[in-house]
Design a protein around this ligand. Structure first.
Ligand code: PLP
Length: 409
């Protein structure tokens, strides 16, 4: 947007000219606890005053350990866990793959259609979309295999909404068995809900079947929760909706309450198998960022933001689902807690993607002072990711603007 931010909090961004915008993007699912959340701002100030950096491998500090222990207890499953910290989601994914390869002695890595895993070499290699993420940046990392993701609206196996999960799981498992070999695969890296791919919630049974296949073949199941995690979908982690227990969970975006930090949290036996000094980062788990993350977790707990995300999801459903009946270009509406998407098509029968409609809706929203995001492999999805602390009135005001923009287009 052609505006420069001067101040932000609680779901409102004020620009340098004094205009206010309703923030339904949250800095791409980062500001779950809001911008400059009180506990986060105080923790950052206090830690900055005490010390700003030592490098954890050189001189450790309590905040890093406290955050690792907290994440170990929050991720799904009752397993012994270890965590370490980096600076970005892409680095978390890179390091999850390093752990999986080192622990298994295998090389192959499986990723999925419509996936986004960051912009580093391994990150963009695992990412599905060529433009803009991979174009002109090759060669890409070898030993990455792409399999179908369950996308019920556009099931690649041609199955119905109800059957898409099992059908796509079967296709993916057949490919792992026949094309790669289950005993050659180090890691399966997957978003439990696709974010950049267009808020795609996989069909029932999809994640469970893949998780079971991984367990049977010694494959490390990596849930990339960078976007869908941290209370966004109405659970601490999106994996919880399907009851799976990932071997490794990657976190970033919402983790630091607006400060840059990313986490890799994995089964203790996998994490401990890596040689000393093999993993690390100069800035990773910076003390100010760790203090911010601990405060952000407290904001989620004190503010009941996991439940709040569920309520935001109900509001989304009430406001957006009727558009499916009433507006021709709306092909699909998807809601996963406080993550929502409207997918635009120019022909409902053929489901022809209509990226121009999505662009026009977003342009109108921006003119009317609402920040929302573009997403999807076909660039035809409007994605809505409000801060979880947003007031009900402000959320409804923002959704009214989006609804009017959709009806106008
Ligand atoms: C944003 C994102 C990343 C990359 O995070 P960066 O901090 O931009 O490197 C990785 N995985 C998922 C699922 C993401 O949404």
């Amino acid at each position: 947007m052609p505006v420069f931010a001067a101040k932000a909090s609680g779901g409102v961004v004020v620009d340098v000219d004094g205009n206010s915008f309703i923030d339904l993007g949250a800095g791409i699912a980062v500001l779950n606890v809001g911008s400059s959340a009180p506990l986060v701002a105080a923790a950052v100030a206090e830690q900055a005053d005490a010390f700003t950096h030592t490098c954890f491998q050189v001189t450790p500090y309590e905040g890093y350990v406290a955050l690792a222990e907290k994440l170990n207890s929050l991720v799904p499953g009752d397993l012994e866990r270890r965590s370490f910290f980096l600076n970005s989601g892409a680095e978390a994914v890179e390091n999850a793959v390093k752990v999986a390869r080192s622990a298994t002695g295998r090389q192959a890595v499986v990723a999925f259609d419509h996936a986004f895993h960051g912009r580093t070499l391994m990150g963009m290699s695992l990412t599905a979309k060529a433009a803009p993420y991979k174009r002109t940046f090759g060669p890409l990392a070898p030993e990455v295999y792409r399999l179908p993701y369950s996308y019920p609206y556009r099931c690649s196996a041609g199955a119905s909404y109800e059957e898409c999960g099992p059908a796509c799981a079967e296709a993916a498992i057949t490919a792992m068995d026949r094309q790669i070999g289950g005993d050659r695969i180090a890691a399966l890296v997957i978003e439990p809900v696709l974010g950049e791919g267009g808020v795609i919630v996989p069909g029932d049974g999809f994640l469970q079947s893949l998780s079971q296949y991984c367990a049977e073949h010694g494959i490390v199941f990596v849930a990339d929760e960078v976007q869908a995690g941290f209370a966004r979908t109405g659970r601490w982690f999106a994996s919880e909706h399907s009851g799976i227990v990932p071997d490794i969970v990657t976190t970033a975006k919402g983790l630091g309450g607006g400060m840059p930090i990313a986490g890799v949290t994995g089964r203790a036996d996998l994490m401990d198998s890596v040689h000393p000094g093999g993993l690390g980062s100069t800035f990773g788990g910076n003390p100010v960022a760790c203090a911010a993350a601990l405060a952000a977790i407290e904001e989620v707990e004190r503010g009941g933001l996991v439940e709040k995300a569920q309520r935001i999801g109900e509001t989304f459903s009430e406001k957006l689902r009727p558009l499916l009946e009433e507006c021709q270009p709306v092909g699909d509406v998807r809601v996963a807690g406080a993550m929502a998407a409207v997918e635009f098509v120019s022909d409902r029968g053929r489901k022809t993607p209509d990226p121009a409609a999505a662009s026009r809706v977003l342009a109108r929203c921006h003119e009317e002072g609402v920040i929302a995001l573009k997403a999807g492999t076909f660039d035809n999805v409007v994605r809505i990711l409000p801060p979880l602390v947003i007031g009900e009135d402000l959320l409804l005001e923002g959704l009214d603007v989006i609804e009017k923009a959709i009806r106008a287009v």
